[in-house]
Ligand binder design. Structure first.
Ligand code: ZN
Ligand code: ZN
Length: 316
């Protein structure tokens, strides 16, 4: 055990705890790693504490197996054979979310990385904490609503901060904003996530509702209607108009069941806007299959064999 220990945070990664131990004991990451290599033969030259969680536990004064304890609660939901292909958290197959820096106010100013059921906004302190940031958020109530949606319905559908859907939603929303208002969004994905978080969460939630999923899944529906409806959804979310979203939901509901009624349904949309491909749709027209695949991705069933192969590198 090292002279000074640190208390772990729930879901904290091995690397995060290792770095905090190093800092607490006024060492460098390389110095402690050299000590590790003397204690245990065959360790790589590069500092890789994640390969020796037991050693980190010992030095931190944690009980044996602290890093290996049951973490099913913190995993993303997944469809696999163990739950009869329903979305559940499975001890065997569910992935842990990508490590995320926790809110600095919650950690007493320390940089801590954890893997838990969480988004990028701390509702207690109203701070944005993605990627090591500690930014004040002005529209806190909208961010709080997004945070609750992400860790609630979206998480239960298997969608987390870094599973791809939110990134694509941010891309669509920022392109739309650029085409309509001329606002050029940041090219940095992390900044775009902060700039479009409430809208991206809402768009993702909308496009992963059962009716939208039935529409996207219907192989009789071509890419053009898919692009047109996704564009209409982006515009509706951006306009913050619940009635426009409701209209699109109706089109999803009627045409998801039967592709033939799509044409009829799309002309039913009110507010003088029929569903046709506009500027955003023209821009992303070639990416129809990708849009479809990303917003359907979370509903893919996990095969047990591939799950077993992916099990080892999951904890970082
Ligand atoms: Zn399973
Ligand atoms: Zn906080």
């Amino acid at each position: 055990m090292l002279p000074a220990t640190v208390d772990p945070f729930p879901g904290e990664t091995v690397r995060s705890l290792y770095i905090r131990l190093v800092e607490r004991n006024s060492l460098t990451t390389g110095e402690l790693w050299t000590a590790f290599r003397k204690m245990q033969q065959g360790l790589p030259l590069r500092t890789t504490p994640e390969v020796v969680p037991r050693l980190v536990e010992q030095l931190a004064g944690l009980p044996d197996g602290w890093f290996g304890r049951d973490d099913t609660e913190r995993r993303l939901f997944i469809r696999c054979i163990h739950s009869g292909w329903a979305h559940e958290r499975c001890r065997e197959c569910s992935p842990l979310p990508t490590p995320l820096t926790m809110c600095r106010r919650c950690t007493g100013g320390q940089r801590v990385e954890g893997q838990s059921r969480s988004g990028a906004f701390c509702g207690h302190h109203r701070r944005w904490h993605y990627g090591g940031r500690d930014d004040e958020v002005v529209l806190a109530s909208r961010f709080l609503r997004a945070e609750r949606c992400l860790t609630g319905p979206l998480w239960s559908r298997g969608i987390g901060l870094d599973t791809g859907e939110l990134e694509l939603a941010c891309e669509l929303l920022s392109t739309y904003r650029e085409l309509t208002d001329g606002d050029v969004a940041s090219s940095d994905a992390a900044e775009r996530l902060r700039d479009f978080y409430p809208e991206a969460v809402q768009l993702t939630a909308f496009l992963t509702e059962p009716s939208a999923q039935a529409f996207l899944n219907n192989t009789h529906i071509g890419c053009l209607p898919v692009v047109a409806l996704i564009e209409a959804s982006v515009a509706a979310v951006d306009s913050r108009s619940p009635s426009r979203l409701k209209d699109i939901r109706e089109v999803f509901q009627t045409s998801g069941r039967d592709a033939r009624v799509y044409a009829a349904a799309s002309t039913m949309v009110r507010h003088g806007r029929s569903i046709a491909v506009g500027e955003l749709g023209t821009r992303v027209r070639g990416s129809g299959p990708r849009l479809r695949a990303v917003f359907l991705r979370h509903s893919d069933a996990r095969r047990p064999s591939s799950a077993r192969q992916q099990r080892s590198p999951r904890r970082r």
